[in-house]
Design a binder for this molecule. Structure first.
Ligand code: GAR
Length: 240
């Protein structure tokens, strides 16, 4: 039997994937327990789901942080260990057409938010961080403080498309608009790019000519709820 792992979760919305993972922990189909659920947005349904399951919850309000940064970022607002040149040289998120100033603003605001996440997360004994519909990209500032070394990935994400097709924020929408006849979802580790990290598992479904975008989302989510617990279990087994 695999060692039981402690899983931290981050969400942004409804949390149906979180629910699937909670259920899989409770019925022992995976060797894991959820130690916290954090959200970048207050008041979302996923937080309620976690509280109902007696899981610690917290919010780091990204929108509020970004708004307040627009008034100006002082050196003292930034984490003590933040080095813009280092993060800039590692990151593969911001497209090259962004100005230097836009890129610096993006990386600084995210580091301020990510430091808050790290301060809270550091109170927990956590083997794996699971992004369950967390709609913020994570920068190398955060990733390097969670991963324990090069190639030792500890952050998993679920993406609503068959990567490497359709990275970004609207996987099912992009699948539908392209006219694909097969859709799917992917669980992968997080690296410095957007949806580019090593693939852990994928599930596909057929798209009928009559399917609407809502049909695709429905078919896709059902696959996600099966896939995510399976991938977490795979990680648990590799910890033996
Ligand atoms: C899911 O479809 C997930 O794949 C997607 O958000 C939805 C969250 O649903 N994630 C991303 O697009 C990440 N870039 P949920 O809150 O009901 O689990």
């Amino acid at each position: 039997m695999a060692k039981k792992i402690n899983v931290g979760t981050l969400i942004s919305g409804g949390g149906t994937n979180l629910q699937a993972i909670i259920d899989a922990c409770l019925d022992h189909s995976i060797e894991a327990s959820i130690v916290f659920t954090g959200s970048d947005t207050p008041g979302v349904k996923g937080l309620e789901r976690a509280q109902k399951a007696n899981i610690d919850t917290f919010v780091v309000d990204y929108s509020q942080i970004i708004q307040s940064c627009k008034k100006g970022i002082k050196e003292t607002d930034l984490p003590n260990d933040f080095n813009l040149d280092e993060i800039q040289s590692k990151q593969q998120l911001v497209d090259t057409s962004a100005s230097k100033g836009q890129m610096a603003f993006f990386l600084k605001t995210r580091a301020i938010a990510e430091r808050k996440l790290l301060d809270i997360i550091s109170d927990y004994d956590m083997d794996l961080l699971v992004l369950a519909g967390f709609m913020r990209v994570l920068t190398p500032y955060f990733i390097d403080r969670i991963n324990t070394g090069p190639g030792k990935y500890k952050i998993m994400n679920i993406h609503p498309a068959l990567l490497p097709s359709f990275p970004g924020t609207d996987g099912y929408g992009d699948t539908f608009n392209y006219g694909c006849k097969i859709g799917g979802c992917t669980v992968h580790f997080i690296d410095y790019g957007e949806d580019t990290g090593p693939i852990i598992g994928q599930k596909a479904f057929e798209i009928a000519d009559t399917d609407t975008l809502d049909d695709i989302k429905e078919k896709g989510l059902e696959k996600e709820w099966e896939l995510y617990p399976q991938c977490i279990q795979k990680f648990a087994e590799s910890l033996i």
